[in-house]
Design a protein around this ligand. Sequence first.
Ligand SMILES: Nc1ncnc2c1ncn2[C@@H]1O[C@H](COP(=O)(O)OP(=O)(O)O)[C@@H](O)[C@H]1O
Ligand SMILES: [Mg+2]
Length: 305
Amino acid sequence: MILYNLGMPVNSVSPVTVFAGKGGVGKTTCAAAAALHSAWQGRKTLAISTDATPSLAHIFDEPPHPGPVQVESNLYFQEIGIREARQLWEDRFGRDVYQVFSSFIDLPYADFTEFMSSVLPGLAEEFMVDYIRELCQKGEYDAVVWDTAPLGQTLALLETPSLLGSHLRLAPRIYTHLRAGADTKESILAIIRRWESLSAVDMEFLRSGVDFNIVVIAEALAVNQLEGILAEMDRYGFRVSRLIINNLARDDGSGFLHERSAQQRSYLEMINQRYKGRKITAVPMLPHEIKGLDRIREIETLLFG
Ligand SMILES: Nc1ncnc2c1ncn2[C@@H]1O[C@H](COP(=O)(O)OP(=O)(O)O)[C@@H](O)[C@H]1O
Ligand SMILES: [Mg+2]
C-alpha cells in the first residue's frame, strides 16, 4: 500500500507532518490547514496536538474533547494534554523506572512520579512521541498532522535514558547484581536498556517517519533563532521539508502597515537568501481571526496553492 504524506508518496504507515516553532507563530493554524488539505485529498487524516495548552478544538470550532473528534468525513482531531500524557507515561513506563530508582532511594511511588516530572519536565513529551509513533504504526489514519512537536530541551531529554545508562555502566559490578525488586527477575541494567532502546526507537521514528515544517515570523529574533533550530534538526538527523514565514503584513499604503511590511520584507529576503535550497512559503496576516473551516481553508489555499 502506498500512502501519501501531504502529496509526497511514502512507503510507510507513518506519514506524519509536524508543525514546530515558538508559541504564537501559527503552528496550530498551519496544522489545521494541512490536515484539511490532506482530508480533502481523500485521506483519512488526524490532526493531533501535544501542546500543553491545545487549541485545535478552538480552531476547528468544536467543543474541547480528548477525542479523537470527527470534524468532517475524513478529518479528525485529538488533543493530548500534559495530564493525559503523564498518566499514559506512568501507566506504561512509570513502574519500571520507579523500580530502578527505588533500589537507590526509599520513596513512595506517588512521590516518585511527582519527583520525576519535576526534575524531568520533558518526560510527558517523551511519552507523546511514543504515543504518536504507535498511532502511526497502527495505520488507522492515512495521514497524521502533528501540532507542536518537541524541540530543544525536550529532544535532549529523550536521550536521558542513555545518559543514565552510561553513568550506571561506570559501576557495572554494583548495578548488574542489583535486582529491581522482589517480584522482578530483571536487573536494573536490563530495565534501563529497555528504556534506552525505547527512546532510540522514538528518536528513529522522528528521523524517518516525520516530516518537519518550521513556522516562524519575520522578526530579527525569530530569524536568528531559525539558524539554531535548523542546526539542531540537522544534528538529530531530522528532515525539515519547509519553512513557513507567517503573519506577513500587507502594505495597504497606510503609514503603519507600510513600515511594518517593509521591515518584514527585509527579514523575508534574508531568509530567502540564507536558505536558498529550501522550500519557503510566505503566508500573509489575514484581517480576521482564524476559526472554523472556511477560515482555515483560506490558510490552506495560501499554504498549498
Ligand atoms: N496568517 C495569519 N493571519 C491572521 N491570524 C493568524 C495567522 N496565523 C495565525 N494567526 C492567529 O494567531 C494566533 C496564534 O496562532 P496559532 O496557530 O494558535 O499559533 P501557535 O499554535 O504557534 O501558538 C491565533 O489567534 C491565530 O488565529
Ligand atoms: Mg498552538
